[in-house]
Design a protein around this ligand. Structure first.
Ligand SMILES: Nc1nc2c(ncn2[C@@H]2O[C@H](COP(=O)(O)OP(=O)(O)OP(=O)(O)O)[C@@H](O)[C@H]2O)c(=O)[nH]1
Ligand SMILES: [Zn+2]
Length: 292
């Protein structure tokens, strides 16, 4: 039988079969020897023992694997961002887009709380910036169900991780999409704020022949080790214009004659995006300095 690992806790893997049953499984001992570590998201073969338990006998090849959070075969992320309450931080948004680009995950942006005062104004300002960069942008009011059809289309048949800052509406969204989700685990990663950074608990919830993953968030660990000169490749428009930048190893911040700077001055690159980029270059330089 073949199934998908939807949860892993203390050496047990919870494998969901095509008929919807979930079996509690152990991994075969030989995996350790072969250095195979089954991950949530893996497609696996199992031998069932009775109706509740089984043994994982084979792990199918993965098309991707994230380390922090540990989850395999993720197709895309939905970056959940609230327009107001908490207020939109373009810097945080651009930083998370860059982090997801580093992990090589496709990403859509879900703006939430469109129903609240001033949200529409904020949306009108920022939406064109990101659609112009070819990000899929969803407008959502998770409480009342506005935008749920576009969300359903976005999630269909894919394994999607929900990510975003605290308070933006991820749990509300998950509860709306998968009403049982709250009852099952109580969102280990989300509820205990103090334990949040240390827990690596990931759970996949079946949704319209795909899965939605509830994760404690993406780690900054690998991002902080990034060379500042590589950051430009994670900003779509900066990557595009830096092809015309003649300086090797250019940070596109000070050199006159830099093609990226020229594009910023002529408004072909949006100023807020460039500000986020410059701020992040500084942070990476500081992180690098701390390492030596
Ligand atoms: N008005 C409005 N409120 C929303 C919407 N989505 C979520 N909320 C509210 O925003 C608050 C935070 O939502 P959560 O779903 O807990 O946010 P979260 O992203 O899971 O936050 P953490 O658990 O801290 O990671 C709750 O009071 C929700 O009811 C929305 O679209 N519109
Ligand atoms: Zn340059």
């Amino acid at each position: 039988m073949t199934g998908r690992i939807v949860k892993a806790i203390s050496g047990f893997y919870y494998v969901r079969l095509e008929d919807g049953r979930v079996l509690q499984c152990k991994a075969r001992g030989v995996f350790k020897k072969r250095d195979i570590n089954p991950l949530v998201g893996d497609l696996v073969d199992i031998d069932a023992q009775g109706t509740q338990e089984g043994t994982i006998t084979e792990v199918h090849p993965r098309h991707s694997a994230l380390v922090r959070p540990p989850v395999a075969n993720v197709d895309q992320a939905l970056l959940v961002v609230s327009l107001v309450q908490p207020p939109l931080s373009l810097y945080q948004l651009d930083k998370m887009l860059a982090m997801l680009a580093l992990s090589n995950i496709e990403v859509g942006i879900g703006f939430t709380k469109v129903d609240l005062p001033f949200a529409q104004q904020v949306l009108d300002e920022v939406k064109p910036v990101y659609t112009q960069l070819n990000y899929e942008v969803l407008e959502l009011n998770v409480r009342s169900g506005v935008g749920l059809q576009s969300l359903e289309r976005f999630l269909k048949g894919k394994i999607t991780v929900l990510t975003g800052q605290s308070g933006v509406g991820k749990s509300t969204m998950l509860k709306t999409l998968v009403p049982e989700s709250g009852a099952l685990t109580g969102h280990v990663g989300h509820r205990s704020k103090r334990g949040r950074q240390t827990t690596t608990h990931v759970e996949l919830y079946p949704y319209t022949d795909g899965y939605v993953a509830d994760t404690p968030g993406f780690s900054q660990y690998d991002f902080d080790k990034l060379e500042p000169t590589h950051l430009g490749s994670l900003f779509r428009e900066i990557a595009q214009y830096s092809a015309d930048c003649e300086y090797r190893g250019c940070l596109h911040i000070t050199d006159s004659g830099c093609a990226v700077l020229a594009a910023v001055e002529s408004n072909q690159i949006v100023k807020s995006r460039y500000h986020s980029y410059v701020q992040l270059v500084k942070e990476l330089q500081e992180a690098k300095a701390r390492r030596y």
